[in-house]
Design a protein around this ligand. Structure first.
Ligand code: FFO
Ligand code: GTP
Ligand code: MG
Length: 465
C-alpha cells in the first residue's frame, strides 16, 4: 500500500469537526498548489503557484462551476521539502464550521486529482520521506492524546528526538561489532585486527545494562502515556463515590447515605500530580437480590481483574464485616492500596487485622469529605508509579508496549550472544544474534520495522494528522 499511494495527492480536515473559530484543510502532494488555485481567489488576484513559500494569503473560496462563494479563507503554501510531509502542502484556513470545511474538502476531491487522506497519512509521509523516525511519529499521536503535563513532557521529548538518539547511542556500537566480526569471517587470511572476545563480551554487557535501565522505566512511561486504570472498590457506603468526586474536584457521582447508591460504574480521568489516572467508581460489592444492583456488583468484580491499581476502601468508623472479608479475598495478589476512609470521625476499625490480611499492600488514611490524607494517598500512588524507574529524563522514558517488547527481544539476543562467546561457539552464530538485536532496536525507530507494523501504527492515528 505504501509504495502505490505515496505519489497521490491527499487532503483532509485537520481540525476537529464541530464549531470552532477557524478550521483547517490540509492538502499534501504534487497537485496540491495547482488544485487549490482553482478554487481560491486571492484578494490581489495572484495565483498561489506564483507566491513565496510559507506566506499567508487572504482570499475567497469559490466553486468554479457555480461561482458560489463558499467562504473567505487564508491559504498558506509550504513547498516541499520544507513542509510537514516534505511534499508541497497547502493549508486552507476557513471558518471552523462543519459545512465550510466539508464543502471545501469535497470540492477539492471533485475537481482535482486528490483523494481523502487515510488516518495518520500526513505523518506517515513525514516518516517515509525521512523527516521524522517512527518513535517521533508515534510521539505526534501521544502529544494529541496527552492527559497531563507529565504525559506531554514524555511525548514532546520523544518528538524532539531525545528518545530516538538514546536508542541510536545504544544501537550504533552493535553495528561496529557486527562489521568487525564479518570482516574477520569473510577475510580470514587478511590482517583484520584480532578480535578480543572478552572485550566484546564486556561491551555487549554494557549495552545490555543500558537496555535494562530503559526497560525499568517502561512501566512509568506507559502509565504516563496511557494512564493508570484505577478502580475504587469496597462494600456499599464506604465512600467510594465521595473519593471519586474528591479526586476529580467535582460532584461527578451521586453520593447519599443509602448503601447501594452507585449501580453502574463511572469512568473519569483525573490528573494526580502529573499521573493520568483513569478512575473507575464501582458499585458497592455485596450480596443482593436487586437485578440492577447485581449487574453493577458483577461489573465491580470484573474491574478488580482489569485494573492496573485497586483502591480498596474500608469504612474506618465500623468494625470489619463479612462484606469487607469478601473484598479482602477478591483483591488478594492484586496491585492494591488499602484506603481507610472517614478518618474525620471516631474510628472503630480493627486495622491490625487488615494489615495482617494484606501484608505488603500500603495503607492510606483519608477523609473523602475533606482533604484529609489525600496528599498521603497521592504520595503512595506516585511511589508505585515511579518505583523502579531509573530514568529521570521524561524524554527518554520508554512509553509504549511495542517499544518495550522490542527492547526485551534485543536484550535476549545480546544475552545469547554473550553465552555463545563464552562457550566458544563460532563467530558467525554470534553475529546472527548481534544482528537480531540491532534489528529489534531498529524496529523502535522504524529503520527495520516491517510495512505491516508501520501500517498498523499509523492506522491508529486520527484523520488529518
Ligand atoms: N498550521 C499548522 N500548524 C501546525 C502544524 C501544521 O502542520 N500546520 N503541525 C503539524 O503537525 C505542528 C507543527 N509541526 C510542524 C513540523 C514541521 C513543519 C515543517 O514544515 N518542517 C520543515 C521546515 C519548515 C521550514 O523550513 O520553515 C522541515 O522540517 O523540513 C511544519 C509543522 C503543529 N502546528
Ligand atoms: N464523615 C464522613 N462521611 C463520609 C466520608 N466519605 C463518605 N462519607 C459519607 O458516607 C456516605 C456514603 O458515601 P458514598 O460516597 O456514596 O459511598 P459509596 O461507597 O459510593 O456507596 P455505594 O455507592 O452505595 O456503594 C455519604 O453519606 C457520604 O457523605 C468521610 O470521609 N467522612
Ligand atoms: Mg457510590
Amino acid at each position: 500500500m505504501i509504495a502505490k499511494d505515496i505519489n497521490d495527492t491527499i487532503a483532509a480536515i485537520a481540525t476537529p469537526l464541530g464549531e470552532g473559530g477557524i478550521g483547517i484543510i490540509r492538502v499534501s502532494g504534487i497537485n496540491s498548489i495547482e488544485t487549490v488555485d482553482r478554487i481560491f481567489a486571492a484578494i490581489n488576484k495572484r495565483a498561489l503557484a506564483d507566491r513565496h513559500s510559507h506566506r499567508a494569503v487572504y482570499g475567497k473560496i469559490i466553486d468554479p462551476k457555480t461561482k458560489d462563494i463558499i467562504d473567505e479563507a487564508i491559504c498558506i503554501i509550504m513547498r516541499g521539502p520544507h513542509s510537514y510531509t516534505k511534499e508541497d502542502i497547502v493549508e486552507i484556513q476557513c471558518h471552523g464550521g462543519m459545512l465550510p470545511l466539508r464543502r471545501i474538502l469535497s470540492l477539492l476531491i471533485e475537481i482535482g486529482e486528490i483523494r481523502l487522506a487515510a488516518p495518520g497519512e500526513f505523518t506517515k509521509r513525514a516518516f517515509l520521506n525521512g523527516r521524522i523516525d517512527l518513535a517521533q511519529a508515534q510521539a505526534v499521536m501521544d502529544i494529541i492524546k496527552a492527559k497531563t503535563d507529565a504525559s506531554l513532557k514524555v511525548a514532546s521529548g520523544h518528538l524532539s528526538g531525545c528518545f530516538s538518539s538514546h536508542i541510536r547511542q545504544i544501537r550504533d556500537p552493535l553495528l561496529e561489532m557486527i562489521a568487525h566480526y564479518e570482516a574477520a569471517i569473510d577475510f580470514p587470511e587478511e590482517e583484520v585486527d584480532e578480535i578480543d572476545n572478552i572485550q566484546v563480551m564486556e561491551k555487549i554487557g554494557e549495552i545490555k545494562d543500558k537496555i535494562n535501565v530503559m526497560l525499568a522505566s517502561a512501566n512509568t512511561g506507559r502509565i504516563l502515556s496511557e494512564g493508570l486504570v484505577t478502580a475504587i472498590v469496597g462494600k456499599p457506603n464506604v465512600g467510594k463515590s465521595s473519593l471519586l468526586n474528591r479526586l476529580l474536584h467535582s460532584e461527578r457521582a451521586i453520593v447519599t447515605d443509602v448503601p447501594g447508591t452507585t449501580r453502574d460504574s463511572i469512568e473519569e480521568y483525573a490528573d494526580m500530580e502529573g499521573i493520568p489516572l483513569k478512575i473507575i467508581d464501582t458499585a458497592g460489592i455485596r450480596h443482593t437480590e436487586d437485578k440492577v444492583e447485581k449487574i453493577g456488583v458483577d461489573r465491580a468484580r470484573s474491574y478488580i481483574e482489569k485494573a492496573d491499581l485497586i483502591l480498596a476502601l474500608f469504612d474506618g468508623t465500623r468494625p470489619i464485616e463479612d462484606d469487607d472479608r469478601k473484598i479482602i479475598k477478591l483483591i488478594e495478589e492484586k496491585n492494591v492500596v488499602i484506603v481507610i476512609n472517614k478518618n474525620d470521625l471516631e474510628q472503630s476499625l480493627d486495622e491490625r487485622w487488615i494489615r495482617k490480611q494484606c501484608s505488603g499492600s500500603e495503607i492510606a488514611h483519608i477523609s473523602a469529605v475533606s482533604d484529609n490524607g489525600i496528599k498521603e494517598l497521592t504520595e503512595v500512588i506516585k511511589k508505585k508509579v515511579y518505583a523502579g524507574n531509573v530514568v529521570y529524563n521524561e524524554g527518554e522514558l520508554v512509553n509504549n508496549v511495542r517499544q518495550s517488547e522490542a527492547l526485551k527481544k534485543a536484550e535476549r539476543h545480546l544475552s545469547d550472544a554473550i553465552k555463545s562467546l563464552d562457550n566458544d561457539i563460532p563467530e558467525d552464530l554470534v553475529v546472527i544474534d548481534l544482528r537480531s538485536a540491532w534489528e529489534r532496536l531498529g524496529d523502535i525507530i522504524g529503520d527495520t520495522a516491517s510495512e505491516d507494523i508501520i501500517d498498523e501504527i499509523f492506522s491508529r492515528f486520527c484523520i488529518g494528522k
